[in-house]
Design a protein. Structure first.
Length: 86
């Protein structure tokens, strides 16, 4: 299936090349940047990075960007008990 680039409001008739994305099943959506994200309140978050991680779990403190809060926290293993006390 072939899709043509779509114009969005404000594009003034210009077309943009498609951005490549990848979804990590246990994490964020990775988007080739730069990107602008329109938030629920209408504000725009912009990143000029070459690859951007977008939070999908809503745990990030810097939402819409991912801060890896989705990763399970692992507890440090307790030290093994000394089996030969002196």
């Amino acid at each position: 299936m072939h899709a043509e680039p779509r114009n969005t409001p404000g594009d003034a008739g210009t077309t943009h090349s498609a951005r490549r994305t990848a979804k990590d099943p246990k994490g964020p959506v990775l988007v080739e940047g730069p990107v602008e994200i329109v938030l629920d309140d209408g504000t725009v978050a912009r990143s000029d990075r070459f690859l951007v991680a977008l939070c999908t779990c809503r745990r990030s403190r810097i939402h819409p960007w991912c801060d890896t809060s989705h990763r399970p926290r692992e507890r440090a293993e307790p030290p093994p008990e000394d089996r030969n006390p002196s």
